[in-house]
Design a protein around this ligand. Structure first.
Ligand SMILES: Cc1cc2nc3c(=O)[nH]c(=O)nc-3n(C[C@H](O)[C@H](O)[C@H](O)COP(=O)(O)OP(=O)(O)OC[C@H]3O[C@@H](n4cnc5c(N)ncnc54)[C@H](O)[C@@H]3O)c2cc1C
Length: 295
């Protein structure tokens, strides 16, 4: 069994050498050594165990809006929780239980249909529920963590366990959810009128669209906002607005987003990042930390 490749052993849901570009918002980068789309928690746990035995790294990919895949591709196993078992939404009263692979937009739509309020100001954030929880996605008007009652994870011993409300910590663009996989979550929402919810949603949508690249552009956010400042302001102050390297440039709508055009490579984005970092360091003395994860 030891020498059998993961793709042979788990042939029904693991494929070797799958291009990851279509699964990221930047639409860049090379293949995963293995791409896995397990159909149950049991399959996921078996796969994680086998990967650990073979010392292969594992990574979970959500909607890929915060990931830059290198041109060379990614070693080990990339897991997408895209199968129905990880995309279920169950609503009981004001309690919503949802699989981590569910796109946030689907969760917002379902909650709104039931007149459940809370998550509607997250409209327009491209994320899965798992990816959003990990970084407490949102902004000053609301964050996903506020509504999370408990979160189910696969822990380092490959056991599915619940992290209860009092164990969960959400900060600005951060959480203490550091288990290998977030499996599902329960949210507690508020009852409100459809009118009021839709009004707040529309307002959040308009605001967000005005501050980020169009949904049709391949894009990602680059840097974390330093305490009390914004990365975009530092970039603008360094006169780097709309800076460009190869086919990667900063968005004209928001200086902290990269946008690419046809023929771009991950290397273009990496070079752009480095250029911006070093020029901002020169002009302000501040070190910008990456928000984007490089795989
Ligand atoms: C145009 C645009 C606008 C954005 N606007 C906002 C915004 O307003 N507010 C905001 O907070 N963010 C925003 N983001 C950033 C991005 O949406 C968030 O970082 C989001 O949480 C990423 O979710 P994802 O599912 O795409 O995760 P991915 O980008 O696929 O992955 C990000 C990280 O989360 C991990 N991860 C994903 N799913 C799981 C899981 N189930 N279990 C364990 N780990 C997991 C991945 O391994 C990776 O480390 C924006 C991004 C873009 C491109």
């Amino acid at each position: 069994m030891g020498m059998m490749s993961l793709a042979q052993r788990f042939s029904e849901f693991v494929q070797p050498g799958v291009p990851l570009a279509p699964y990221t918002t930047l639409r860049l980068g090379g293949p995963a050594e293995y791409l896995a789309q397990p159909r149950s928690v049991a399959e996921l746990a078996d796969l994680m165990k086998a990967a650990a035995d073979q010392r292969l790294p594992t990574r979970v990919l959500g909607l890929g809006s915060n990931v830059l895949v290198s041109d060379e591709g990614v070693k080990g196993v990339v897991i997408r929780l895209s199968e129905p078992a990880f995309r279920q939404i169950d609503i009981e009263g004001t309690r919503v239980r949802v699989g981590s692979g569910t796109p946030l937009m689907d969760l917002i739509r379902e909650s709104t249909l039931r007149r459940l309020s809370g998550l509607e100001t997250l409209v327009g954030i491209r994320a899965t529920v798992g990816g959003a929880l990990r970084v407490n996605a949102g902004d000053r008007t609301g964050e996903i963590g506020q509504y999370a009652r408990r979160v189910q994870v696969l822990d380092r011993d490959f056991q599915a366990v619940w992290r209860e409300h009092d164990e969960l910590k959400f900060g600005e663009q951060s959480s203490n959810l550091d288990d290998p996989v977030i499996l599902s979550a329960e949210f507690e929402l508020d009852i409100d009128s459809a009118d009021a919810i839709v009004k707040r949603m529309r307002k959040a949508w308009i605001l967000r669209q005005s501050r980020q690249p169009s949904v049709h552009e391949p894009t990602a956010r680059l840097f974390r906002d330093p305490r009390g400042l914004t990365a975009a302001a530092l970039i603008e102050r360094a006169e780097l607005a709309q800076a460009k390297v190869g086919q990667a440039r900063l968005s004209e709508r928001h200086a902290n987003y990269v946008v690419t055009s046809l023929g771009a490579t991950s290397r273009d984005v990496l070079r752009l990042l480095e250029m911006i970092r070093s020029k901002v360091r020169e002009s302000s003395g501040l070190q910008l930390d990456l928000d984007l994860q490089i795989w």
